[in-house]
Design a protein around this ligand. Structure first.
Ligand SMILES: NC(=O)c1ccc[n+]([C@@H]2O[C@H](COP(=O)([O-])OP(=O)(O)OC[C@H]3O[C@@H](n4cnc5c(N)ncnc54)[C@H](OP(=O)(O)O)[C@@H]3O)[C@@H](O)[C@H]2O)c1
Length: 150
């Protein structure tokens, strides 16, 4: 299994029309290209056993269905990660690799700050996606094992 968890720049105070290109480029470098590179590098191993699992840790902030103003670098990079999830799921379907995006919810980490759910609770939905049975879903977007709108 591969879990692409790393992400940066939850830029809630920023606006898309006053772009901080450094933040935006850095966010895409880690949140999208980092996950993309890791997926590409590990795909042969994931496919080798016929039961690979790839989880892109995303965010409902990347959902086009509820996209609003604010956090432009973060939300557009997570929307792109969601798109990548669909493409990878299609490319890896024949190799038995299930690829899904998971939002952990608001979690009390360095990024989430105080007040969020405990880390174990946020991680549970990621573990669920990383340990799906062979007939489990692929190419989906989930939180706590339940589908989220793209
Ligand atoms: N916390 C929330 O409320 C929340 C909500 C929705 C989604 N998420 C998602 O959940 C995931 C985990 O977030 P978090 O809350 O745990 O964030 P966090 O507290 O800021 O931790 C981010 C982690 O990513 C690592 N990282 C950042 N850039 C990296 C890079 N270029 N290469 C390798 N590692 C890198 C950091 O490593 P270092 O410590 O070494 O820098 C750190 O361990 C992210 O994908 C985030 O978008 C979080």
């Amino acid at each position: 299994m591969l879990i692409n968890n790393a992400a940066i720049h939850y830029d809630t105070g920023s606006r898309a029309l006053l772009p901080d290109w450094t933040d935006i480029r850095e966010a895409f470098e880690t949140n999208v290209f980092g996950a993309w590179r890791a997926a590409s590098a590990f795909a042969p191993l994931l496919g080798a056993g016929g039961h690979g699992r790839l989880v892109n840790v995303s965010s409902e902030g990347g959902s086009l269905a509820s996209m609003g103003a604010g956090a432009p670098a973060y939300s557009t990079s997570k929307a792109t990660l969601n798109a990548l999830t669909c493409v990878l799921a299609a490319e890896l379907r024949g190799a038995g690799v299930l690829v899904n995006a998971v939002c952990p919810g608001w979690v009390a980490t360095d990024m989430g700050g105080p007040g969020g759910r405990p880390v174990a609770q946020g991680a549970a939905g990621i573990v669920w996606a990383a340990t799906l049975p062979d007939d489990g879903p692929t190419g989906g977007f989930f939180r706590d094992g339940k589908r989220l709108p793209w």
